[in-house]
Every structure is written in structure tokens, then in C-alpha cells.
Design a protein around this ligand. Structure first.
Ligand SMILES: [Cu+2]
Length: 238
């Protein structure tokens, strides 16, 4: 008997240890992925915990109404250019060396999938709003967009006055962000110190054709197949 119980106990301990290590690894990963600036100061929007709820695609809130300038210098308005289209919106800045390169690469991949699926810019637009709008001028955004082969017909990189951008991101989409203004840039000379003042969420927001926020996708669980399926689902809605 002793021969069988000992290994059992041993196995249980090992399983416990493995569980503990897994938990620690997940915690470490969560910290690393907590977004640019390394923190999520504000609670996320009421986010579906897991797939069950996100498959329902609940209506969270109306997406904000705005007009901002894109990488081609065009004024892009939710009331005209983006009206009636499904939007995937994320929040990035070009100098980011944290999660933004990954987020933008994922959007670029999604753009290719949309093209392959025959989904047109009349149906869906990708929108990347800069949370460093002072430095991210249309020209800076254009070079950044080109480096990711962003098609300006599908994908807008938006900038504008700091206060307007803050309204859209924080008040409108309810996504946490610390957006630096001119003053802070002057103080820090726009160098490396500037980055530490910028913090933003790594969420991507799905907006349906009626202008309702339908999903928040955290980068940790980004799955473009699921996103594409959700896009198709809301496209099929009236
Ligand atoms: Cu970033």
C-alpha cells in the first residue's frame, strides 16, 4: 500500500508545483502585456470575461462621434466617411516599442484577411488612433502606415488636437490612456522621457454599422479568426 500512496502524494505535489508555476508565468505575462507604459491604471470597460459573452456581442455603448485627420491628411468623420461601416479601432503611437508594434502587425494581418475574404472598404474600416497626437502628425503616421503596408482605403491612422483625441479615446470609447500634450513634450524635449508619459490600453474595439460598440478584444487573447467571424456577424446585421 505504502508503495502506491507515496507516488500518488508525490504526483499531487508535482501537480501543485506545476500549477503554481503556471500561475506565476501567467501573472508575469499579464504584467508584460499590460500595455504601453507598463500599466493599466483605470479599470477596463465592462469586458466580457470569456467567449460565452463575447459570442453574444452585447451592445456596450454608442461609439463616439468624431472627425480626425488621417495619414493622408484627409478629414475622416464618423458622420460621413465611416458611417454605416463596421470599424475595428485600436489605440497606438508610432514611437511605442511595447505592444503597439504587435498590435499594428495584427491589424496588418487582419487587413490581408479582409482583402482575401472579399470584404471591401465600403463594409469595414480599420482605425488606429494615435495616443501621441502631438508627435504623430499625418506625415509621421503615413510613414508608419506604409511600413506596415496599410492600404489607406481600408485603414486610417488618426491624429488631431490632444483634447479631441482624449475625448474620443477616454470619454468616448472608455479606453484608458494618458495622452501627452505640448507642455510635457517641451519639458522632456520629445526624447525618450516622453514615452514614459504615454500609457494606453491594448484593447481593440469592434463597432457595428449602427455605431454601437460590440466587443473589446484584449491583445492577450487576440484571435483574428474570431475577430473576422465577429466582423462577418455584425456585417450581416441590418
Ligand atoms: Cu503602445
Amino acid at each position: 500500500m505504502g508503495a502506491t500512496t507515496a507516488p500518488l502524494a508525490h504526483r499531487r505535489t508535482r501537480r501543485f508545483r506545476r500549477g503554481t508555476w503556471l500561475l506565476l508565468a501567467l501573472l508575469a505575462m499579464a504584467l508584460v502585456l499590460a500595455g504601453c507604459g507598463g500599466r493599466r491604471e483605470t479599470p477596463e470597460p465592462t469586458q466580457p470575461a470569456e467567449s460565452a459573452q463575447s459570442e453574444d456581442l452585447p451592445r456596450y455603448r454608442p461609439a463616439p462621434v468624431f472627425t480626425l485627420t488621417d495619414q493622408m491628411g484627409r478629414r475622416i468623420s464618423t458622420e460621413s466617411d465611416l458611417k454605416g461601416k463596421v470599424l475595428l479601432v485600436n489605440f497606438i503611437f508610432t514611437h511605442c516599442t511595447d505592444t503597439c508594434p504587435l498590435q499594428t502587425a495584427q491589424m496588418a494581418h487582419l487587413q490581408r484577411q479582409l482583402v482575401e475574404a472579399g470584404i471591401t472598404p465600403d463594409q469595414v474600416r480599420l482605425v488606429s488612433i494615435s495616443v501621441d497626437p502631438v508627435r504623430d502628425t499625418p506625415e509621421v503616421l503615413r510613414r508608419y502606415a506604409e511600413s506596415y503596408h496599410a492600404d489607406p482605403a481600408y485603414w486610417h491612422f488618426l491624429t488631431g488636437p490632444v483634447e479631441e483625441v482624449r475625448q474620443v479615446v477616454v470619454e468616448g470609447f472608455k479606453v484608458p490612456a494618458q495622452i501627452p500634450d505640448h507642455h510635457q513634450h517641451g519639458d522632456h524635449g520629445g526624447g525618450d522621457h516622453g514615452e514614459s508619459l504615454i500609457a494606453h490600453s491594448d484593447l481593440t474595439v469592434l463597432v457595428d454599422r449602427q455605431g454601437q460598440v460590440r466587443a473589446y478584444y484584449p491583445i492577450e487573447v487576440w484571435d483574428w479568426e474570431k475577430v473576422l467571424a465577429d466582423v462577418r456577424r455584425v456585417l450581416a446585421e441590418p
